[in-house]
Design a protein around this ligand. Structure first.
Ligand code: FES
Length: 594
């Protein structure tokens, strides 16, 4: 077993504790975090008067209070079951003798957030952290699901350091189109690619549009939402077995009820996130990210969450971990199944059982039991979705970390969802200066491009776009798509959806907008990728690159006011999780994986 010998609770970067202040020391329930009127007795008197106006009794108000973060929104179908989940959590809280109080925060849905949901993730983390701090509660249940919501909640709640449990909304159901099983969003991209390639017509693309999303809930494949659900469970901050139940099932509601119960127990026991989100927990989560063929976004989010706990993710060490961690889960986009199939196969505990030799089994979870104890408590059975450790789907981990003169601080590629032929490739660069340039020219019949070329897209990084949109999944130029080209090597400083597949190098750091070498690439340059050597090279000599750098002029990246100004001034690069500088602890001294 890969257990370290350090004491995870001894470190210099403990997050702030909301109960540290002299005024509310050892206070619980409604008595904590009083409004500052200069008279604590009056503050409590006034607070109780108002909440009694909502019909609460003194008996109710003297209970352990569990806050429930309601991220239900008409703009967020991925959270469409939030009302039912809240009812179930409340039931659990009351069964355990506590008082549930729900409250709203920002809700972010992928397809309803311009310019990109990533632009809003840190804002949601600030909202989550500050509303947990500001309102009286003894623990909190965070209901999240759609891609950026779970990372935002874990970042914010980790910083607030109040006892917490993550509760994901769960995956949507799959549906069917003309006899073929379909689910968002890998199949959305597949059908759109077929439409661009003229394999299906206007009528069929309209028809399948109504079939791809079978119910409320998060995307039905191993996209970012499913990845973050599995990571939450692997971190031990969500209940065992809670990642996989689909959104509209009885199992999902029972998980919600159990989460409410556990939130009361953990409030009384003082199980704060710093006791769970340890170095061992993050190493376990990184293993799981690799073994599930998880989203490339998972590495950015884990880096941001770990950063809040004073822990850096060492991407070179993560790559070494990747070489010895096989992909076990046969889900789209790396494989063939859907999240509901993983649930029927036993969910994440089935994966964890196979990974046991590589995990820190003594890592503590929110149940008060260790990860190893939780794995052993679940019976094993024959199933077809999770491969055995000795006969994996892929022998190496799903994500590879590459470096070279084109990406001095690194880039990543999801090799498990790529064309193996292109993992060792040299080709001619076809360059797009930004997303608008790409949109204007990618389908131009006159575009000088072949299937062996390398598509390069600049200025979609954290600052450049801004917000690092999921535009790294460059479409295959239409004229090539019509010739049957289905994959090409593509490189950018942006991200791609976890539901997407292809030979796509992402997160090139430093980004082009800040003058990273990506900014210097010109049409016709040769680019070489070797995943086996973990190299990404621009085959242009140093003298020529120096000449180009002299002529490079940055585009002014400013905003006069508001969140955009804050974002542009504070956003960090991908290797620091794209968190805001001022939200990370000042001294980050620990690194994982070891
Ligand atoms: Fe919300 Fe995929 S769009 S989880």
């Amino acid at each position: 077993m890969a257990n370290g010998s350090h004491d995870d609770n001894q470190h210099d970067n403990q997050p702030d504790n909301r109960n540290e202040g002299p005024d509310d020391e050892r206070q619980t329930g409604l008595n904590q975090g009083l409004v500052n009127y200069g008279d604590a007795g009056f503050s409590l008197f006034l607070r109780k008067a108002f909440i009694k106006g909502a019909g609460y009794s003194d008996d109710a108000l003297n209970r352990t209070i569990v806050g429930i973060v309601n991220t239900g929104s008409g703009y967020n179908p991925c959270h469409g079951n939030a009302p039912q989940l809240i009812e179930a959590v409340k039931r659990g809280v009351m069964l355990e003798g506590g008082l549930p109080i729900e409250f709203p925060t920002i809700s972010i849905a992928e397809s309803f957030s311009t310019p990109t949901s990533m632009y809003l993730r840190n804002l949601m983390s600030m909202d989550t952290e500050e509303m947990i701090r500001a309102q009286p509660m003894d623990s909190v249940v965070l209901i999240g699901g759609c891609d950026k919501t779970v990372p935002a909640q874990l970042m914010g709640a980790a910083s607030a350091n109040l006892p917490m449990l993550e509760l994901v909304t769960g995956a949507m159901l799959t549906s069917g189109h003309r006899g073929v099983r379909v689910g968002a969003c890998t199949d959305c991209r597949r059908y759109w690619g077929m439409y661009r390639g003229q394999e299906i017509d206007d009528q069929e693309i309209e028809e399948v549009n109504a079939k791809l999303v079978g119910s409320v809930g998060t995307c039905s494949v191993m996209g970012t939402a499913s990845t973050m659900a599995c990571i939450s469970e692997a971190l031990g901050i969500a209940l065992p077995g809670s990642a996989s139940p689909p959104a509209v099932t009885a199992d999902r509601m029972r998980v919600a009820e159990a989460t409410g119960r556990q939130a009361v127990i953990n409030a009384r026991a003082g199980v704060t996130p710093d006791k769970i989100l340890t170095e061992k927990a993050f190493e376990n989560a990184l293993r799981v990210l690799l073994a599930i063929g998880g989203s490339t976004n998972g590495i950015i989010h884990l880096t941001a969450i770990a950063g809040r706990m004073g822990i850096d993710i060492d991407l070179a060490a993560f790559d070494r971990m990747s070489r010895e961690t096989p992909v076990l889960v046969d889900l789209k986009p790396s494989g063939q199944h859907y999240m509901e199939d993983l649930h029927r196969a036993g969910g994440l505990p089935t994966v964890l059982r196979e990974l046991k030799p590589l995990l820190h089994l003594d890592a503590m979870t929110v149940t008060g039991r260790t990860l190893g104890e939780e794995i052993d408590a679940v019976p094993a059975f024959e199933q077809q979705v999770v491969h055995r450790f000795d006969s994996p789907l892929y022998h190496a981990g799903g994500i590879a970390f590459v470096r070279g003169n084109l990406a001095p601080d690194g880039a990543i590629i999801k090799q498990s969802a790529a064309d193996a032929r292109l993992m060792e490739h040299e080709g001619r660069a076809v360059v797009f200066e930004d997303a608008e340039d790409m949109a204007a020219r990618i389908d131009d019949p006159e575009l000088d491009v072949t299937g062996e070329d390398v598509l390069v897209l600049k200025r979609i990084g954290p600052v450049g776009a801004p917000g690092m949109p999921e535009a790294g999944y460059l479409p295959i130029p239409r004229k090539l798509a019509r010739q049957g080209v289905r994959d090409m090597l593509r490189i950018s400083d942006g991200r791609m959806s976890g539901t997407a597949a292809g030979s796509i190098v992402l997160h090139v750091t430093p980004e082009a907008a800040l003058g990273g070498p990506l900014a210097l690439v010109e049409n016709g340059d040769r680019i070489r990728l070797s995943v086996s050597e973990r190299r990404l090279e621009l085959l242009v000599d140093d003298e020529e690159l120096a000449r180009r750098r002299e002529g490079w002029r940055p585009v002014a990246l400013t905003a006069e006011r508001g969140y955009r100004k804050l974002f542009l001034e504070q956003i960090t690069q991908a290797d620091q999780g794209c968190d805001f500088t001022f939200l990370r602890p000042p001294n980050i001294q620990r690194r994982v994986p070891k």
